[in-house]
Ligand binder design. Structure first.
Ligand code: FAD
Ligand code: SF4
Length: 528
C-alpha cells in the first residue's frame, strides 16, 4: 500500500531523459511520483525551431511511457492540458497540491536562469527541494574548478589531455594512442570531387510524434523552421540505432572531412548525435567508447576516432565547465563592443551571399547545421559584422535542435564572438571568403567572388574580414596569433585597403537598412 508520507516527487525536465539520471536512479517505485510537464513558458523563451519543440515533447512523452512500463507512477502534464500554467514553478506548485510528498528531488538544469528559479523553490513552495548534480557529464563542476582555478591559460587542449588521461580513452601505457594527442591537422580536407556523403538513418514519426507535430503546428505556427519532414529519434532505442549507424557509416570519414562544407549536404560525415546527448537519450561515455571500439576493431582511422572523442570529451565537457564556472557574469561581457542588430536574413535566409543562404536554409529545414557552418559561416559573419552578442546568441539558441544554454552560450559568446576577450579562444575565428572557398563549393554558386576585393563582385565576407582587422586593431594587434593577419594587412596597398574599407562600410550601412548586397544605395538614397 502507498505510504504518502515517505513519497518523493521527482521532477524531470525535458533534457533529463536518462534512466540513470541522478534524480531517478534511487527511485522507490512503490511510493515516489515522477512529475513531467510540457511548459509553454520554457518553449517561448526565444521561439525555438519547431522541430526542437517536437523532439523534446515527443521524447518526453516516450520517456514517460517507458517509466510507466517499469511500474513507475508518472504525473504528466501535456502542453494542452487546460490547467497547465505553462511554467515550471506553476506546474511544480500544482503538483504539490495533488500529491502528499515529503521532498522534491530534481537534477540541476542546463541553464543558469532555471537554476536560479530552482534555488528559490524550497523557500517559495515550503517543501524541501534536493537539487542533485547532473553527473551525466564526464567532468564534474568540482573537477573543472580544480583544473581551472588559478590557471593562466584555460585552453581546451590542456583540459582535453587531462580528460584523456583520466578516462583512459585512446591511451596506451606510454601516452596517447599513435603518439599525438590531437590530430586536428588531419581534420581539414575539403571534399574531393564526386565524394558521396553516407546515407543517414531517418526515423518516421509514430502516432505520438504525429500528435505532437499537430500540437506544435497549431500552437507555434510562427516559430522558425520547417516542422516536416521530422526524422529525429525520440527514444533511447532509436538514438542507439542512430549511434550504431553513425559509427558504421559516417565515422570513418568524420576526421578527414570534419571541416568540409557542401551545398545541399548538411550532414556529411557528422554524428547528428548532439541533441540525443543533450536531452539524455545517449551518454557521453558511451558514444566515446563506441568510437574507440571502432578504432581498435580497425573500422575507423585514428584521426576519425580521436577527432570525434576530442569533440565530446574535450569541447563538450570544456564548454560546459566554462559555463558553470563563469556564469552569470560570463554572458555580460562584450569585449569587441559589438552593437549591430542581427540582420533579418538570419531568419528569412534571403541573402545573395550563397554561403549564408545555404547554412541558414539547412538550419531552417533540419534545425541543424554542422560545426563549421555554425562557426565559420553564420558565426564568422556575425563576428565580422559586429552583431551584438546577445542577439546572435538568442538566434543560435532558437534555431538548433541541440541548443541549450550551457553549450550554446560559450560556443557563441566565447568561440564565435570573442566577447569574453579570449577566455575560451586564443584568437577570434575570423576568416575571409578564401577560407569558405577552400572548404566548400558555396563560392562557385555565388554572385560574388572570394578573390575579388573591388567592384560589383567583391565578396562581402572578404571585405568585412579586412574591415574587422582595421576596426579592431587596437585590441587585437598585440595578440601574437593575429600577427600574421596584421602583417598581411599592412603589406597591402593603402589605397586598396581604403577602397575595401569604404565598400565594407557601405555594406554595413546597407545591412542596418535591411539590404544585403555589397552594392546598396548610399545612405542618402535609402528609403528609411
Ligand atoms: P559532430 O560534428 O558529429 O560532433 C560530435 C559531437 O561532439 C557533437 O554531437 C557534440 O556533442 C560534440 N561537440 C562538437 N563540438 C562541440 C562544441 N564546440 N561544443 C560542445 N559540443 C561539441 N553544440 C550543441 O550541442 N548545442 C549547441 O547549442 C551548440 N551551439 C553551437 C554554436 C556555435 C556557434 C558553434 C560554433 C558550435 C555549437 N555547438 C553546439 C557545437 C557543435 O557545432 C555541435 O555540437 C555539432 O554541430 C552537433 O552536430 P553533430 O552531433 O553532428 O556533431
Ligand atoms: Fe560567401 Fe563570399 Fe563565397 Fe559568396 S563568394 S559564398 S559571400 S564567401
Amino acid at each position: 500500500m502507498r505510504s504518502a508520507v515517505m513519497a518523493k516527487l521527482r521532477f524531470i525536465l525535458g533534457d533529463h531523459l536518462s534512466r540513470n539520471l541522478a534524480s531517478l536512479r534511487d527511485i522507490d517505485k512503490d511510493h515516489d511520483i515522477v512529475l513531467m510537464a510540457e511548459v509553454g513558458g520554457e518553449s517561448t523563451i526565444v521561439g525555438f525551431h519547431k522541430q526542437k519543440l517536437v523532439l523534446i515533447y515527443s521524447a518526453m512523452r516516450h520517456f514517460a511511457e517507458a517509466l510507466r512500463a517499469e511500474g513507475i507512477t508518472v504525473d504528466y502534464v501535456s502542453l494542452d492540458c487546460p490547467n497547465n500554467t505553462q511554467s515550471l514553478d506553476g506546474e511544480l506548485k500544482r503538483a504539490l497540491n495533488r500529491h502528499d510528498v515529503e521532498t522534491v528531488v530534481v537534477t540541476e538544469p542546463g541553464a543558469w536562469r532555471v537554476r536560479a528559479l530552482m534555488d528559490k523553490w524550497e523557500q517559495n513552495l515550503g517543501v524541501p527541494v534536493e537539487i542533485r548534480e547532473d553527473d551525466r557529464f564526464i567532468c564534474s563542476h568540482e573537477r573543472f574548478s580544480a583544473w581551472a582555478n588559478g590557471r593562466k591559460s584555460l585552453r581546451m587542449e590542456f583540459f582535453y589531455r587531462e580528460m584523456r588521461r583520466e578516462t583512459g580513452l585512446l591511451m596506451t601505457d606510454s601516452g596517447p594512442e599513435g603518439g599525438q594527442w590531437n590530430l586536428d591537422a588531419e581534420n581539414r580536407s575539403p571534399l574531393p570531387p564526386g565524394h558521396r556523403a553516407p546515407e543517414r538513418l531517418r526515423f518516421s514519426p509514430d502516432a505520438e510524434t504525429r500528435r505532437v507535430i499537430g500540437l506544435v503546428r497549431e500552437r507555434y505556427p510562427d516559430n522558425f523552421g520547417e516542422i516536416e519532414p521530422f526524422s529525429w529519434a525520440v527514444t533511447r532505442h532509436d538514438a542507439l540505432r542512430a549511434l550504431d549507424h553513425f559509427i558504421a557509416a559516417a565515422l570513418p570519414g568524420f576526421g578527414t572531412y570534419q571541416d568540409a562544407m557542401k551545398s545541399g549536404e548538411p550532414f556529411l560525415h557528422h554524428g547528428l548525435l548532439s541533441a540525443y546527448l543533450n536531452i539524455g537519450l545517449l551518454g557521453a561515455e558511451e558514444v566515446c567508447a563506441a568510437a574507440q571500439r571502432a578504432y581498435y576493431a580497425g573500422d575507423a582511422p585514428l584521426n576519425a576516432a580521436e577527432g570525434f572523442i576530442r569533440q565530446v570529451l574535450g569541447w563538450r565537457e570544456y564548454v560546459r565547465g566554462i559555463y558553470w564556472w563563469k556564469m552569470p557574469d560570463y554572458a555580460q561581457t562584450n569585449f569587441l563592443g559589438a552593437q549591430r542588430d542581427l540582420p533579418w536574413f538570419y531568419w528569412s535566409g534571403e541573402t545573395d551571399m550563397n554561403c549564408l543562404a545555404n547554412a541558414i536554409d539547412d538550419t531552417r529545414r533540419h534545425a541543424y547545421a554542422h560545426h563549421i557552418q555554425r562557426l565559420m559561416v553564420t558565426g564568422n559573419f556575425a563576428l565580422l559584422a559586429g552583431i551584438e552578442p546577445r542577439q546572435i546568441e538568442a538566434w543560435y539558441l532558437a534555431v538548433y535542435i541541440d541548443a541549450f544554454d550551457w553549450v550554446e552560450l560559450p560556443n557563441v559568446h566565447g568561440m564565435v564572438m570573442f566577447a569574453d576577450g579570449g577566455l575560451l579562444a586564443s584568437k577570434p575565428y575570423a576568416a575571409s571568403g578564401a577560407y569558405i572557398n577552400r572548404m566548400s563549393d558555396y563560392c562557385a554558386g555565388c554572385r560574388y567572388s572570394p578573390k575579388v576585393k573591388d567592384g560589383e563582385n567583391a565578396c562581402p565576407i572578404t571585405l568585412l574580414y579586412w574591415n574587422f582587422l582595421i576596426e579592431n586593431r587596437r585590441v587585437l594587434q598585440a595578440n601574437p596569433r593575429m600577427a600574421m593577419a596584421y602583417r598581411n594587412l599592412d603589406r597591402m596597398d593603402a589605397s586598396a585597403v581604403q577602397g575595401m574599407q569604404q565598400r565594407a562600410t557601405r555594406f554595413l550601412d546597407g545591412l542596418n537598412a535591411g539590404v544585403t548586397t555589397t552594392n546598396p544605395p548610399l545612405q542618402g538614397e535609402l528609403d528609411l
